[in-house]
Design a protein around this ligand. Structure first.
Ligand code: SF4
Ligand code: SF4
Length: 370
């Protein structure tokens, strides 16, 4: 029952007797530079078609964010969110309320990091690589990020007190209590030995129950009814995939993990904004990173997915956000549909007991009259 609700270690609870520590992601959006290398690496490794391919689509044309959203063809999606000074102040204030640390303001006089001359994201990159164990091993990733930005002072990076980009690489959350897996009628989704949630293409019948169940809107049916990339499609049609389209999403690069490799997106990220590893260690690292950002006055920093008491039991993919989850298109209080099962069972049991008691009473009265 631990798979449906309550505290659980997902892989052992799914029957893996030799499962190692649960694996996951920590995505630190404060050092994401929006290069989309993770998206490209994911598409390349998993042979995914370009977003909108086959529908006359291609690029959105309305934003640097040319893929728009997670979907059957986009298992990693880097969101670009533009914020003005009002929204930045609101984000900071909401973070202050959230953590109640009584942090100083960020005015230049107060020595805040948003001084207009040095980008806070540059500061964040530098801080993330500091020798406190939060940065990359050897600080390599953070230095790569600084190189990408072309240095620190006088950087052309667009963050200022009046404007900033929030860039965040979104992905399947690999929920502790995964609604997609719970509702799948064919068993096409399974819990891997790494604790991730994986779709078996050849078992999926394309019914779409998982699509409706996912509280994050991650999983999607491929519209053209095949799972393989375009250049292999004739072969895919030959093996008779459902014409309704099969459900697709990030597998946490299951094929790479079984070979001892890390996911393609994490391996590619030049700033190590995406980190892969043991979930518990990543959550610890994420908590230290939030504390570091708070101490720099960035009170809007907060974790998403790290709370094992949330509506999905916490997630395998943990995020450090710089605004409320809604700003990133994430639900503030995700909830797996099976979370209500204990209450439903209790009410059903109560109703059954009531009916039994009423029937017994009726028989007893009838017996008494006879
Ligand atoms: S985020 Fe959605 S698709 Fe991913 S494991 Fe959770 S319920 Fe399933
Ligand atoms: S883990 Fe693999 S499948 Fe998932 S987003 Fe990263 S590259 Fe794509």
């Amino acid at each position: 029952m631990g798979q449906l609700f309550g505290h659980t270690d997902p892989a052992p609870d799914a029957g893996w007797t030799d499962a190692g520590p649960r694996k996951g992601f920590f995505t630190d959006t404060s050092i994401c530079i929006g290069c989309k290398a993770c998206e490209v690496a994911c598409k390349e490794w998993n042979q995914l078609p370009a977003a909108g391919a086959g529908e006359g689509g291609g690029l959105l044309g309305s934003s640097y964010d040319n893929t728009g959203a997670l979907g059957a063809d986009t298992w990693r999606h880097v969101a670009f969110i533009e914020q003005d000074s009002g929204r930045i102040a609101a984000a900071r204030e909401s973070g202050r309320r959230l953590v109640d640390l009584g942090m100083p303001t960020l005015s230049p006089a107060a020595g805040g990091s948003m001084d207009g001359a040095r980008s806070p994201r540059v500061d964040a990159l530098a801080a993330a690589g500091a020798s406190d164990g939060i940065g990359a091993p050897g600080g390599a990733g953070a230095h790569a990020g600084l190189d990408v930005l072309g240095g620190t002072e006088g950087s052309a990076h667009p963050d200022t007190p009046e404007f900033r980009w929030l860039m965040a690489s979104d992905v399947c959350k690999h929920c502790t209590h995964a609604a997609c897996l719970d509702v799948c009628p064919t068993g096409a989704l399974f819990r891997s030995e790494f604790g991730s949630v994986v779709v078996q293409d050849d078992v999926c019948n394309g019914c779409g129950a998982c699509v409706a169940a996912c509280p994050f809107g991650v999983i999607e049916r491929r519209a053209d009814g095949v799972s393989e990339p375009a250049r292999q499609r004739p072969q895919a049609e030959a093996v008779g995939h459902s014409q309704g389209g099969i459900a697709q999403k990030c597998t946490l690069c299951y094929d790479r993990l079984t070979e001892g490799e890390q996911p393609a997106c994490a391996q590619t990220c030049p700033t190590e904004s995406i980190r892969f590893g043991e979930r518990d260690e990543l959550v610890e690292r994420a908590r230290r990173r939030v504390g570091q950002l708070h101490s720099q006055g960035m009170t809007e920093a907060r974790l998403y997915g790290a709370n094992e008491n949330d509506g999905v039991g916490g997630t395998g993919s943990v995020f450090l956000l710089l605004d409320e989850p809604e700003a990133y298109g994430l639900p503030p209080d995700p909830r797996v549909c099976t979370a209500d099962l204990p209450g439903m069972y209790a009410r059903a049991g109560l109703a059954a007991a009531g009916m039994l008691a009423a029937a017994a009473l009726a028989f007893a009265r009838r017996g008494g009259r006879a």
